[in-house]
Design a protein around this ligand. Structure first.
Ligand SMILES: Nc1ncnc2c1ncn2[C@@H]1O[C@H](COP(=O)(O)OP(=O)(O)OP(=O)(O)O)[C@@H](O)[C@H]1O
Ligand SMILES: [Mg+2]
Length: 253
C-alpha cells in the first residue's frame, strides 16, 4: 500500500499549562487536498508548526511519505518536499512575475553550482529553469503577466505568484495557512480551482487551514475538525460539517 504523504501520530504540544495539541492523529493521502478547521485557539496553527518543524512536539511522530521527520529542521523538511507557503519570502515588488518565480528556484540537493558548471553549461541550466518557470506560470494562468512587476498585481494574482514560487521547489506537500483570506469570492474560487488542478496535474498534496468554509469546502477531499487540541471529527467535508460536535465547537461548546 502507498504511504500517506503526511502522517502525524499522537502529537502532543504544550505551552505551559495549555495543551495546544492533545494526541492528534492526522493523515494526508497522496494527491489530496486536506483541510483543517476549528474555532480560534483550537490548535490548527500549532499543528502546522509541528508538521513544518517550527515546533518540536512533546510527544508523537511525523512522517513524510513514510520517512520519519519528527525532529528535522524546517529547511531539511523543505529539502524533502514539505513546503509551507510563507516559507517563501514575500515577492520583490519591483521585480516582474517571472523574475520572482526564478528567484525561488533552488539547485537540487547535493548539486552545487560548481557541479552544474562542470556537468553542463550554465546557459543550459538557466534555460531549463526558465522553461520550468513558464510551465508553472501557464499552469496558474499567469503566464500572460510574466513581465508585470509584482507591485501591480491584484491580491489574487499575488496569491497565485506565491503558489508559483512554492512550486519551483518541487513540493510533495504544500502547507497553507488561509490561502484565500482577504481575497474576493471570485478569485478565491479561482485559487481553489488551481489548487485542485495542481493536485491532479502534478500529484501534489495540500494541507490547508482556512476559515472560509463556504468557499473552500467544495474543493477538498477530506476535512479534520479540531477543538481544544483534539481532532473531533474527520472525513468527507459534508460529513464533518454535519457532525453536531463541530457545530457545538464553533458555538463555544
Ligand atoms: N507560541 C505559543 N506560546 C504559548 N501559547 C501558544 C503558542 N502558540 C499557540 N498557543 C496556544 O495554543 C492554543 C492553540 O493555538 P493555535 O494558534 O494553534 O490555534 P488556531 O487553531 O490556529 O487558532 P486561530 O484560528 O485563531 O488561528 C491556544 O490556546 C494558543 O493560545
Ligand atoms: Mg491559527
Amino acid at each position: 500500500m502507498k504511504n500517506p504523504t503526511l502522517r502525524g501520530i499522537d502529537l502532543v504540544k504544550r505551552f505551559g499549562g495549555v495543551v495546544a495539541l492533545d494526541g492528534v492523529n492526522i493523515e494526508v493521502p497522496p494527491r489530496s487536498v486536506v483541510m483543517l478547521i476549528g474555532p480560534n485557539g483550537s490548535g490548527k496553527t500549532t499543528l502546522i508548526n509541528v508538521v513544518s518543524g517550527y515546533y518540536l512536539p512533546d510527544r508523537g511522530m511525523v512522517f513524510l511519505n513514510g520517512r520519519e521527520i519528527t525532529r528535522l529542521e524546517p529547511h531539511e523538511r523543505f529539502g524533502l518536499g514539505l513546503v509551507r507557503t510563507f516559507q517563501i519570502p514575500e515577492p520583490f515588488k519591483k521585480l516582474t512575475v517571472l523574475e520572482n518565480i526564478l528567484l525561488a528556484a533552488r539547485s537540487h540537493p547535493g548539486e552545487s553550482a560548481f557541479k552544474v558548471i562542470f556537468r553542463r553549461s550554465w546557459r543550459q541550466y538557466e534555460e531549463e529553469i526558465i522553461e520550468k518557470a513558464f510551465r508553472i506560470l501557464e499552469l496558474l494562468n499567469i503566464d500572460h503577466i510574466w513581465d508585470t512587476r509584482a507591485y501591480q498585481l491584484s491580491g489574487g494574482q499575488l496569491k497565485l505568484l506565491e503558489i508559483g514560487r512554492a512550486l519551483m521547489s518541487d513540493p510533495m506537500l504544500l502547507l497553507m495557512d488561509e490561502p484565500v483570506a482577504g481575497v474576493n469570492p471570485v478569485l478565491a474560487h479561482n485559487i481553489m480551482e488551481h489548487i485542485v488542478r495542481l493536485r491532479d496535474n502534478l500529484g501534489i498534496s495540500f494541507l490547508i487551514v482556512e476559515h472560509r468554509l463556504d468557499i473552500v469546502l467544495d474543493y477538498v477531499d477530506k476535512v479534520y475538525a479540531m477543538h481544544r487540541g483534539k481532532i473531533i471529527a474527520e472525513g468527507g467535508p459534508k460529513r464533518v460539517i454535519e457532525n453536531p460536535l463541530v457545530a457545538e465547537a464553533y458555538l463555544g461548546g
